[in-house]
Write a protein that binds this ligand. Structure first.
Ligand code: HEC
Ligand code: HEC
Length: 198
């Protein structure tokens, strides 16, 4: 990664914002821990490529659940993240959760089809908004941020959900089923909508 001015500024800011949280001497700070994720998720949690999700601004609740789920051999399986998550204690995960929740999500500049995105907005409202509030922008709660997330990652994730590689909550599963029944191309449209958001 090129260490340009912006990144340096972020490191300094990040260091300041987490210094109050650092644990006893000898324990890695939140920033030290987050540094090991930077190659893929960016130092500020905004990922560097479309197949890797941005994790900036994510609620601590969602972040912790995701990491614990990766650690669980019967949980969310991913070759990269399942291996990485195993290396961290719950305490370290909590520290990183606090660090990334404080970063700002950068909604990526992505190509999208305006007609599809418009149709997707309507479908989102009907089937997804209840839990993914504010058009999927809401970082509160346990549902993750969808608006401005990389659409390639969202496509992979939805495929994982639908084929059972990642478990959906019962209620979301019901809505996804309904969406696909109403419009077999509905998922693509909803994803275009998330990708269109600035
Ligand atoms: C080699 C690249 C790589 C590194 C290093 C890496 N990740 Fe990931 N991360 C990924 C990929 C790829 C995914 C998507 C996996 C999936 O589909 O479940 C992911 C997913 C995640 C998610 C779930 C995001 C979501 O929207 O559900 C979290 C949280 C996460 N990573 C945290 C971390 C943390 C914390 C670190 C550092 C300790 C880290 N990652 C290091 C590649 C990486
Ligand atoms: C009843 C609540 C609920 C509804 C309705 C719902 N979701 Fe979810 N969604 C969740 C929760 C909770 C999670 C996080 C849990 C998990 O790890 O799977 C989630 C996670 C996701 C994720 C993964 C985010 C990430 O960063 O990896 C995607 C994508 C998603 N939902 C899309 C949708 C779409 C599209 C719809 C509408 C068709 C929808 N959801 C409807 C509750 C809901």
């Amino acid at each position: 990664m090129k260490l340009n001015k912006k990144v340096l500024a972020l490191i300094v800011l990040g260091g300041l914002s987490v210094s109050g949280n650092s644990m006893a001497a000898g324990t890695a700070s939140a920033l030290d821990l987050a540094n090991t994720c930077a190659g893929c998720h960016g130092i500020d949690g905004n990922s560097t490529g479309p197949a890797i999700p941005s994790i900036a601004e994510m609620s601590t609740e969602y972040f912790k659940e995701a990491m614990l789920d990766y650690k669980n051999p019967e949980g969310r399986l991913n070759t990269v993240m399942s291996r990485i998550a195993k290396g961290y204690s719950e305490e370290e995960i909590n520290l990183m959760a606090g660090y990334f929740a404080k970063q700002k999500m950068v909604r990526q500049e992505q190509k999208f089809d305006a007609t599809q995105a418009k149709a997707g907005a309507k479908l989102h409202k009907k089937y997804c908004e209840k839990c993914h509030e504010d058009g999927g922008r809401s970082a509160e709660d346990d549902a993750g941020i969808l608006a401005g997330q990389w659409t390639t990652y969202l496509e992979y994730t939805m495929a994982d959900y639908v084929d059972g590689h990642r478990e959906m909550t019962k209620k979301m599963k019901k809505k996804v089923k309904k969406l696909l029944k109403a419009d077999p191309k509905g998922m693509e449209k909803v994803i275009e909508y998330y990708g269109s958001q600035k």
